[in-house]
Design a protein around this ligand. Sequence first.
Ligand code: PHE
Length: 431
Amino acid sequence: MTSSQHKGFGTVGVVLATAGSAVGLGNIWKFPYVLGQNGGAAFLLVYIVCVLALGLPVMLSEFYIGKTSHRTILDAFRTIRGNNHWQWMPVISILIAFMLLSFYLVVTGWCIQFLITGTYGGAEADCALWTIIALGLTSLIECAGVEKGIERVSKILMPLLLLLLVVLMIRSLTMPGSMEGVQFLFHPDFSKLTGQVVLSAMGQCFFSLSIGLGCLITYAGYMQREQNLVRTAVQVVSLDTVVALLAGLAIFPAVFSLGINPTSGPELVFRTLPSVFATLPFGVAWEKLFFLLMSIAAITSSISMMEIIVSYLKGATGWARPRRMLVIVPLLMLTAPLCAVSLLPNRPELTWLGLSMFDWMDTLTSKFLMPLGGMAITLFMGWCCSWEKIAEEITNHSHLGPWFVNTLRILVRYIVPVMILFVFFDGIGVL
Ligand code: PHE
């Protein structure tokens, strides 16, 4: 897709669309439960270091590659310098997107179920049905073509979500015994910092920022010439981190006040928030609004995952959008409900080495494939792109001096790839 073939987003539109991808279940559902399982404040600190040292450079690299190639992910790695070694990247991206969608749609289904029935069905037999409903909704919206829709939805979604999280945070902080939760979030106990914890923080950073699988390469293909990449990356990263922090502040004070176990895992948010809503006047209305926003945020993120596959197929086959969807949806109809069912206690055939299929998809993508994808993306940017052009693109619109380009070059060539490898091997216990 060349820049003249699509209208592209406006400058603010790209921030909104990218934020629509980044802000999702990763911030509200996954961040609190992973933080809870990994000891609290020490994890938060490592997470923030990962966001600044790894997240920002990887995001900038994806933006640059996507914007300057103005193409689908298939072409992005082909056109810059015509380097053939990188052609396997889109295939890995598609694999990651499929795996992510398979479990992400399950949690999206839980949100929709909570919105409609007011109950959390994580372990219920009908969870496959809600997964299929989530898949159906996402596919319908994706089928209609996404650009303008996501921009518009995010414009309303983001402020409302922030507002609601602030209300929840205030309520949570004023519950009796809530300070223990604040302590848990901000008072680090470094004895809890293991290689596993650091790997989880890095994985969460990649997952939450939607980086390392070329998703933002696809979105940046829609950018206009005048888009300022550095500013856009800083805005998206800041918004994503603020939403995660607000979610943490809305949940942990209440977790401690209500005596819920912070390590309870994927159900933490679904168990905690309804009890907080119950203490508010018009609690049910707040709850419905919250789960509506969470479902929308989940769908805008699912769409960005789907868009990777859809845009790849466009480049590879030239088929119309609905026809491309006919290839993708049946496959997901198989894998996503299987992930949902794998969480049921009577399904040992969907559990391997103690992890359910759902957990495998989550773990393999966040802790392994996306960081390695991020490493490949920064190595590509660092070693295969022209730094003259990068400097021009990056300093042109942001009045940044050569020091910025030099730092970025050292980061993407050496520091980011080495850090990712180090955290990865340390986390799996090789170092
Ligand atoms: N960042 C999204 C979230 O936080 C998830 C996501 C990952 C979306 C990868 C696209 C690609 O929920």
